[in-house]
Design a protein around this ligand. Structure first.
Ligand code: ATP
Length: 434
């Protein structure tokens, strides 16, 4: 089925319910383009426009799925050849969407009943280990919902590989149109909280507090917008499903008052959740797609770097960040991190737990070691009391530290000066080589 090949052009004929999987592994600065010639097809729930050239860069892994059959032209140098597959869970994913859509209709019609949460659409959470396609399923469900005229809120709690904002933070956005095939969902006015680490286990008390905060604010936003309220929420989670990770899943379910949990791939997690969740929470198991490619630690690091790069330079290099110097004196009493080193409970002052230490603000030392290449969140808060629980306006990166002259160079989406609000230092580092 791999069709004609002419130099670096291949033509694929896809039958009904088949998908074409492409892993872009061309050298840097080269691209692979994909074009729909005949029929209809979609990429993770976004319809392809016929005869449009979609461009993908190294590292992209995509699946072109067709319900009707289609012809696809792929151009570009690739070592890993694209292949078609009939074995996809797409019909099951579509059924999950249909079930959620029924719940949205019921929520709309429930307005008259006025029962608690009666007019709130489904809050659905997708869980499972790493590399099972959680983010992809969330994108698919959000795309299908918005194509039905819904306006769901998409929440991303994956601090390692998040699709909203940058690694080390959690985010939520209102979905108003399908994701762009090349650039993902529009990042207009996301709600973002600073966490500061790439794994949720690094500071579990902080992670749980931020999740609770996010859940409260999302609930407020839903109740202010009838259309979104009936559309519900789609939550993507981290791939950490064991031990404390499992407790975090339970905490998230409670905080967001989820109605549906979709477990991808792992039956053990499914069984545990069926046992541990109250009976009004529907727990559903779905298989992972054979197309999801496992990523090594190194590939995850590259993906994290790319996310940060995209934040500053735009998904297609279409943004031009500013670089300017800031004196240490301007950063004094302005830059903090969350969490003092952990102490055993026995060493804590009377009445305090070590957990309190992990959600404490600590002033950051202005040294090369502590600052260089670190991503820094720019908070909306200007008082330290509100800093941890206030959302983030954006990010900067410290690209140089000059101890002799007592100043740093920063990369910023906005021109100088820095806003007059507080800053939160992240563990996440990014080396700006652009
Ligand atoms: P993590 O927990 O690490 O964030 P995840 O479970 O969220 O992983 P995804 O990010 O959804 O997994 O998928 C991993 C990669 O596989 C992505 O690059 C995605 O584009 C790709 N992918 C997903 N589904 C398919 C498919 N059917 N065919 C080809 N590639 C796919």
């Amino acid at each position: 089925n791999s069709g004609d090949s002419d130099d670096d052009r291949s033509i694929f004929q896809l039958e009904q319910d088949e998908e074409l999987r492409i892993e872009v592994d061309c050298p840097k600065n080269e691209v692979v383009t994909v074009e729909l010639r005949t029929g209809m097809a979609e990429i993770f729930g976004t319809e392809m426009v016929p005869n449009n050239q979609y461009r993908f860069h190294t590292g992209a892994k995509i699946a072109i799925f067709t319900f009707q059959g289609c012809t696809i032209v792929v151009r570009g140098k690739m070592d890993i050849q694209p292949y078609t597959s009939k074995e996809t869970p797409m019909i099951m994913y579509l059924n999950a969407h249909a079930a959620l859509e029924d719940m949205r209709k019921a929520a709309e019609n429930d307005t008259a009943n006025q029962k608690e949460n009666g007019n709130r659409g489904p809050v659905v959470m997708v869980v499972g280990p790493s590399d099972v396609g959680k983010s992809t399923l969330c994108r698919l469900l959000a795309n299908y919902a918005v194509r039905m005229g819904r306006r769901p809120i998409s929440v991303d709690l994956d601090v390692g590989q998040g699709a909203i904002s940058v690694p080390g933070s959690i985010g939520a956005i209102l979905i108003e149109r399908p994701a762009s095939i090349e650039e993902g969902f529009s990042q207009n006015a996301p709600l973002v909280y600073h966490y500061g680490h790439k794994t949720p286990g690094h500071n579990s008390p902080l992670y749980n507090r931020l999740v609770s905060r996010m859940a409260d604010v999302v609930r407020e936003r839903l109740s202010a917008n009838k259309k979104s309220e009936a559309s519900g929420v789609i939550i993507n989670t981290c791939g950490w499903v064991r031990g404390e990770g499992y407790n975090q899943i339970k905490h998230t379910a409670q905080a967001f008052e989820v109605d549906v949990i979709i477990v991808l791939d792992q039956e053990r997690v499914y069984n545990d959740l069926v046992r541990d969740m109250p009976s009004f929470v529907k727990v559903i198991w779905l298989p992972k797609s054979g197309g999801v490619v496992e990523r090594s630690t190194e590939q995850r690091q590259i993906a994290r770097d790319q996310r940060v790069k995209q934040y500053f330079y735009g998904p297609t290099g279409n943004l031009f960040p500013h670089s300017f110097e800031v004196r240490f004196s301007e950063l004094k009493e302005k830059i903090y991190k969350i969490g003092a080193p952990a102490l055993p409970d026995s060493c804590m002052p009377l009445g305090m737990k070590s957990e309190d230490n992990q959600t404490k603000l600590v002033a950051v030392q202005l040294t090369t070691r502590d600052l260089l290449n670190h991503v820094v969140s720019v908070s909306f808060a200007s008082a330290t009391e509100d800093l941890i629980m206030t959302n983030i306006a954006g990010f900067i990166c410290i690209t140089d530290v000059n101890m002799d002259e007592q100043k740093v160079t920063i990369l910023s989406p906005q021109p100088r000066p820095l806003p007059d609000t507080l800053l939160l230092l992240s563990d996440i580092q990014y080396v700006d080589s652009s």
